[in-house]
Design a protein around this ligand. Sequence first.
Ligand code: BV8
Length: 242
Amino acid sequence: MGGMNGKSNGIRNIVVLTGAGVSAESGIDTFRASDGLWEQHRVEDVATPEAFERDPDLVQRFYDMRREAVQTKDPNPAHFALAKLQRELDGNLLIVTQNIDDLHERAGAEDVLHMHGEILNAWCTSCDVRSRWTGTLIERPACPECGDAALRPDIVWFGEMPYRMDEIFDAIREADLFVSIGTSGAVYPAAGFVRDAKSLGVATLELNLERSQGSHWFDESRLGPAGTIVPEWVQEILDNKG
Ligand code: BV8
């Protein structure tokens, strides 16, 4: 099967799935690391619709904190390399991210699919409109569209269906290569994409600091910090454009 380095084996369309690890070198906490988010907060207390029902202040404060933090961080070489690949690849590169930060876009990437939502959006549960939001929600501000005090973070919580799943499956079906970057493979349906890709005969590559839970499903795993191994891999692909 064609190498992952694009040696004129016609790798045109690529789907990249990213997780918290691609933003770690930008200073954004990952989830499962020893000092990760889930060490400080119980998922069921802050990232489920039931938690929001039970204690909306706790949930709003959790996301207000992360919304403020994201705006103090900058993209790293992994984000910039993926934006470069998207610009220079002959075919199509879809970046599917589990991350709620906007670092891919700030590095110049377009067409980023946030399957778990975006921290810089507020979602009105009254009029269903999503509005750009950089401030806090704890004080129950009015929806810019309908005026109702019914804004929640535009985040896919556990038990809720991720966004734009059909588009993701269509892109995987059209892809020559599926690449997973900086994710532990612990959360579904994202963690199942590698198997979907494999079953469709798509080549699969993992770029991660350590082996993920789904490592054995990948044709190749390269281990190291994303800020180093992603630019290296991108250069290989571009050097070998058919
Ligand atoms: C749903 C937004 C159903 C919130 C998130 C099948 C089997 C078992 C369970 C399930 C299943 N199907 C569904 C479930 C339940 C659940 C689930 O998967 N539970 C897990 C815990 C077992 N899934 C759901 O609930 C999903 N919804 O199934 O809906 C449905 C069906 C029909 C109709 C209605 C509903 C929704 C899941 C989405 C939840 N929201 N995020 C927020 O951010 O606060 S998930 C959140 O956690 C992230 O988005 C991400 O997805 C996940 C964290 O994972 P990672 O990003 O991978 O981060 P992690 O810290 O774990 O790992 C970091 C990795 O990076 C590590 O491997 C590390 O080595 C590496 N790394 C670190 N530094 C670097 C690095 N790599 C490179 N360079 C570095 N420098």
